[in-house]
Design a protein around this ligand. Structure first.
Ligand code: ZN
Length: 242
């Protein structure tokens, strides 16, 4: 089975469209989404439609839960809270029960999946060796997938600490040599200094994983954010990938 892993779409339809084209060209058997379909961007309804229609597994992210009112927006930054409140006003009612049905973690035969981390699947970021080690200790699957940080990462453990780090475009690794913890990076708001939309292809037939980046219409996404009256920084940061 070949799986396209996407995460942190954040209502960026321009980025999601470009990623789904690249995904389709790679003909995966399934799409898995690690959460945050909405929040920050200007097209939450279209992004919910695409993911509901195509993804075989979808996790809830903290922004999805914030929009639903399941998390207190006081926990969010001012710009994120403003975007969550705006999203509530425009999100079509049909998407609410679907978002409300999602959980922040899940499991497949050889994979454990979390929006944040195994320590806290909603809020925790895996961005340090210590958190990665704890995350490996709290799981047993050969492969752990996380999102939330918007930074593409490939970490492994062979019993002597953590190896690996940032996973730039084209990074390819073998599954099965070590236990792995992978973050595909973000479709709709990358924060690793590369503005291109990120996704991850995991091929369980050949035991390979490949990190991919896709150029998309950043100016279109920025114009949509500004037209919606969302905070300008949410548009501006897309060009910097931060
Ligand atoms: Zn996110």
């Amino acid at each position: 089975m070949r799986v396209a892993v996407v995460s942190d779409i954040h209502a960026n339809l321009h980025a999601l469209g470009a990623v789904l084209d690249d995904v389709a060209a790679n003909e995966p058997d399934e799409i898995w989404c690690l959460g945050d379909v909405v929040g920050y961007g200007a097209n939450p309804n279209e992004c919910c439609e695409h993911i509901r229609e195509r993804a075989g597994l979808v996790l809830a992210g903290n922004h999805d839960l914030g929009v639903l009112g399941k998390l207190d927006l006081a926990e969010f930054s001012d710009d994120a809270a403003a975007a969550a409140r705006w999203t509530r006003t425009v999100l079509a009612g049909e998407h609410l029960p679907w978002l409300a049905s999602l959980q922040p973690s899940s499991k497949r035969t050889t994979v454990e999946l979390f929006h944040g981390s195994p320590r806290d699947p909603v809020w925790d970021y895996v961005l340090s060796d210590d958190v990665a080690l704890e995350s490996f200790a709290l799981t047993s699957a050969p492969l752990v997938l996380v999102g939330h940080s918007h930074v593409a990462l490939a970490l492994g453990t062979g019993g002597r600490g953590v190896v690996g780090g940032l996973a730039p475009s084209g990074t390819e690794l073998a599954l099965g040599e070590h236990r792995l913890l992978l973050n595909p990076g973000s479709v709709g708001q990358p924060r690793d200094g590369n503005p291109d939309a990120a996704w991850l292809l995991v091929d369980f037939d050949t035991d390979r994983a490949v990190f991919r980046r896709v150029v998309y219409d950043v100016e279109g996404a920025q114009a949509a954010i500004r037209a919606a009256g969302l905070p300008d920084v949410l548009a501006e940061r897309l060009a910097r990938g931060l």
